[in-house]
Design a protein around this ligand. Structure first.
Ligand SMILES: [Zn+2]
Length: 131
């Protein structure tokens, strides 16, 4: 039986691996996900629109860093806002693309931590706990 503590799920999310077993990779390429875990058969998209929650992780992280950086540079160090606008604008465009995979992975880990019953099994041929 595998413990699914916050730390375990956090580590699995950062390794972009299955939140249930930690073995199967989530992604095939940069943006395309496997439908199911290759190790424990967990269906990654739990229901239609399931990954909408990951946009909060992505948007929230991008907005928080953009706001903090802007406030720190413009109000803390008197950097002209014209100098800050372009780099932060590029950050807002590029960072969500990079962070997309981690946002989905963190979302799945968060969901598994908050409601582990959803991750017990979705296949009658496998046991609840794989390891
Ligand atoms: Zn798995």
């Amino acid at each position: 039986m595998t413990e699914r503590t916050f730390g375990t799920l956090w580590g699995r999310a950062l390794r972009l691996s299955c939140p249930r077993c930690g073995e199967g990779p989530l992604f095939i390429g940069w943006l395309r996900m496997h439908e199911r875990c290759s190790h424990c058969n967990l269906k990654y998209e739990r229901s239609p629109g399931y990954f909408l929650g990951s946009t909060y992780f992505n948007y929230g992280q991008t907005a928080a860093i953009t706001t903090a950086t802007y406030m720190t540079l413009v109000f803390g160090f008197d950097v002209p806002k014209e100098w800050v606008a372009l780099p932060l604008g590029l950050y807002c465009l590029l960072w969500p693309l990079f962070w997309f995979r981690f946002a989905r992975s963190l979302w799945m880990g968060f969901d598994c931590f908050c409601d582990p019953t959803e991750f017990e099994t979705d296949d009658p041929n496998i046991e609840n706990e794989v390891e």
